[in-house]
Design a protein around this ligand. Sequence first.
Ligand SMILES: Nc1ncnc2c1ncn2[C@@H]1O[C@H](COP(=O)(O)OP(=O)(O)OP(=O)(O)O)[C@@H](O)[C@H]1O
Ligand SMILES: [Mg+2]
Length: 494
Amino acid sequence: MQFSELGLSPKVLGAVEKAGFATPTPIQAGAIPPALARKDVLGLAQTGSGKTAAFVLPMLSLLETGRARARIPRTLILEPTRELAAQVQEAFERIGQQHRLTVALLIGGVSFDDQAAKIDRGADVVIATPGRLLDHFERGKLLLTGVEMLVIDEADRMLDMGFIPDIERICKLLPFTRQTLFFSATMPPEIQRITNQFLHAPVRVEVSPPSSTAATIEQKLVKAPSDAKAKREALRQLLRSQTNVKNAIVFANRKTTVALLEVSLKRHGFNAAALHGDMDQSARLRTLASFRAGEVTYLIASDVAARGLDIPEVSHVFNFDVPIHAEDYVHRVGRTGRAGREGHAFMLATHAEAKYVKAIEQLIRKSIPLDGSAAPVEDVHADGSDAPREEKSRRRRGGKSRGDRPQAESAPPREESSREEQPREAKRRDEKPREEKRDDRPREARPRHEPQQQRRKEPRDRRHSPSGDVPDSDGFHAGNMPAFLSRPVRNASN
Ligand SMILES: Nc1ncnc2c1ncn2[C@@H]1O[C@H](COP(=O)(O)OP(=O)(O)OP(=O)(O)O)[C@@H](O)[C@H]1O
Ligand SMILES: [Mg+2]
């Protein structure tokens, strides 16, 4: 298959050539023709398989006719993190150089006024995180009634609990006739069910088994001790044992662990820097830029760095903790081995984490071999039924429907979640009652993608511990739970 067979305009084909793409990847070959035919698309393909260009190229074609008007963007791309939104903006501008389009990046943590000025001049494309986009809308800086194409990248994440109220609100502000494209490397069944609210007769393009990891990523499991200090020592041993590291990301489940690991690894002579959602935006950008430039070898990160980041030099991913949500594993290890490159992914696992390992292996449909070179500590493949009480008692994320996919018994909510844009929740509570946000148009006046049921939007149950080191509530709860999940959750003790 050649790019020239996909129906792209001559100008876009020129851009593809300039970008150095010789042939389309399978997701590009599958998704571009229906996207050009103005159909809705649900595109599922492995990490690093070129999903970004699969929506950027048809968007460029679409934007060749017509022009942007002040405050009324023509296309919208939603991303779950600021870093990813910035990366997609960079990719869009690189590929679309010759198109001379105006691209506005609307993300939190940076100047609002510069962004407003840009939309005011007329933006062809808005690339945004949901919270900041809604802030602009609420301040009257932006109208979404001119959006012809909506792309939701990392769609399962965006429809996960933290984000869904904002996504629903945004979709209500868009025209009925818009085209919608969803992309992700993972799509849990319970999330897939709610995609129907947003997509109209979508063309489903799935180019590899669901949630599979790229074949070029060598994956290994390393038994680790439960004691925190000993586990950090096990990590250091592992890092030292890998002599071919170019750039590596070390993932931990909690922001406090990320911060602790940064200090500890630096003290032991590793060239490391941290990235997590509680850092201020300028520090986040600085850290990521240093990592991209190769000035930092080990990026210690929370799941804020798990999705979408495309840094070709990342040769290794180390999971200090086993991710609690199996999909996060697929995205974390997908930061290496991109676009056919070789990658290495190691995961430390304690006995208590065995159940999460099992869920991951079921999701990716293969077992992760034990690293033969590491000293055996505990049997991580054994049943982890002696997991700490605290973890057992935490509420499930996906409620009842979790039963229909492989997942660890009692996965608590994600820590990083939509924390990104989550301050919105708090802000809204301060500013005005949520009820005011209700849509009171007559039913027939509502857009096509109206959610079937208006959800009660209540303050998030954050369940902070005194130390603050408890994952933010990212679980479906009374305030945001879709109807099909709102049945009582078994074993939920909090
Ligand atoms: N047709 C192509 N030929 C060669 N390289 C390509 C092609 N399309 C995209 N790439 C490159 O592949 C890399 C990965 O692409 P991209 O970031 O879009 O992956 P992705 O599928 O979105 O992954 P993730 O699920 O992690 O977000 C990028 O560096 C991109 O430039
Ligand atoms: Mg991507």
